[in-house]
Design a protein around this ligand. Structure first.
Ligand SMILES: Nc1ncnc2c1ncn2[C@@H]1O[C@H](COP(=O)(O)OP(=O)(O)OP(=O)(O)O)[C@@H](O)[C@H]1O
Ligand SMILES: [Mg+2]
Length: 347
């Protein structure tokens, strides 16, 4: 009522609640928030207080004193800590409200991992309601990724999308507005970071943190060393496991691609396996239209070449892969009356 009287409009939003990053899209405005899914909590006398969320909290990862914990509530593609996840959603929604003049109770479309259980869906819905949503709709992440990547999901034609996120890689084949086949592979960006930490410890006797490993992956990571490619190097800092002293070493792209070999092959083999499971008519469509990669992992250099080599199908990286899911969720929000069948029913 007040909205009408004062001429404010309820501002609906689409949220990609990812294990690594949370993005929020607002109708007619686009992506208004893009921050790491990290919460820093301080515990004093057994009571938890939220100290920082998002960018500020990510900078604290691996650097906190004993009474502060920087946590990723969604690690591994599932909500590992509901209470903290809810705090995080509330914080982000409030942040958007403070920055702009929005209605206090928006309609929210939020994506959930493929195959999220009824309990998990309910928990996400309740978190959004607690955070002030008037109505909550859910959409499955691979569907959102496919819409955001511009795939023709409603046609009678198979499209395949591979969303490589922080926690998981989700492979989905979509036709006629529905998911025909999907699977979730427990290997994504986090696994790559962990493998880099292990590789450097084993081969260089140097201990580094996961944030450093992520930086290495983004700067010089490659899914494979292509012939004739120049071996670029990077200087990294950590603690020597021999004498415990701080130490600097130089590593090459070849080292990083060796470290990433397992994760990359799990992802590529997972896509190949998906193609073996689906009806042949859909395979024929996919041979024509190719495989689309989305999610931050799609930015790993030469990953497209490896997936293409293993599957024998051409591969393209979506434009702006980190934003596909939130943009697809946003599109579902804008066409909410039409996208009814794409949105999940809440039980
Ligand atoms: N240039 C890059 N090269 C390799 N990996 C990258 C690059 N940029 C980002 N990433 C990785 O992408 C991952 C984050 O991707 P994204 O934001 O799509 O994940 P998410 O949606 O939060 O996770 P999920 O979908 O599993 O819930 C991180 O592991 C990050 O390190
Ligand atoms: Mg994601």
């Amino acid at each position: 009522m007040f909205e009408r009287m004062f001429g404010f409009f309820s501002t609906d939003m689409a949220i990609d609640l990812g294990t690594a990053n949370t993005l929020v899209y607002i109708e007619n405005k686009g992506v208004v928030l893009n921050e790491p899914s990290v919460v820093a909590l301080s515990t004093v006398n057994g009571r938890h207080n939220v100290l920082a969320v998002g960018n500020e909290a990510k900078q604290m990862l691996g650097k906190t004193p004993e009474h502060i914990r920087a946590i990723r509530p969604l690690r591994d593609g599932v909500i590992a800590d509901f209470a903290v996840a809810e705090e995080m959603i509330k914080y982000f929604i409030k942040k958007i409200h403070n920055n702009r003049f929005l209605s206090a109770s928006p309609r929210i479309v939020i994506c959930v991992p493929y195959g999220a259980t009824a309990v998990e869906r309910r928990a996400i819905q309740e978190s959004a309601e607690e955070a002030g949503a008037r109505e909550v709709y859910l959409i499955e992440e691979p569907m959102a990724a496919a819409i955001g990547a511009g795939l023709p999901i409603t046609e009678a034609r198979g499209s395949i999308v591979v969303d490589i996120g922080g926690g998981t890689t989700e492979v989905a084949v979509i036709s006629l507005g529905g998911i025909v086949y999907a699977k979730s592979i427990r290997a994504g960006g986090d696994r790559m970071d962990e493998d880099i930490v292990t590789y450097i410890r084993k081969n260089f006797n140097l201990l580094i943190g996961e944030s450093t490993a992520e930086k290495i992956k983004k700067e010089i990571g490659s899914a494979v060393m292509l012939q004739n490619s120049k071996d670029i190097t990077m200087t990294i800092k950590g603690r020597s496991l021999i004498d415990g002293n701080p130490k600097e070493i130089e590593i090459t792209q070849r080292h990083v691609s060796e470290a990433l070999m397992d994760a990359v092959s799990i992802i590529a083999e997972g896509v190949k396996d998906a193609l073996e499971q689906i009806p042949p008519e859909l395979v024929a469509d996919i041979i024509d239209s190719g495989i689309t990669l989305t999610g931050g992992g799609a930015l790993l250099a030469n990953l497209d070449a490896v997936v293409s080599h293993i599957t024998g199908v051409f591969v393209k990286v979506a434009e702006n892969p980190l934003n596909c899911v939130v943009l697809g969720t946003g599109q579902a929000l804008e066409e909410i009356s039409k996208s009814d069948s794409i949105l999940l029913k809440i039980y």
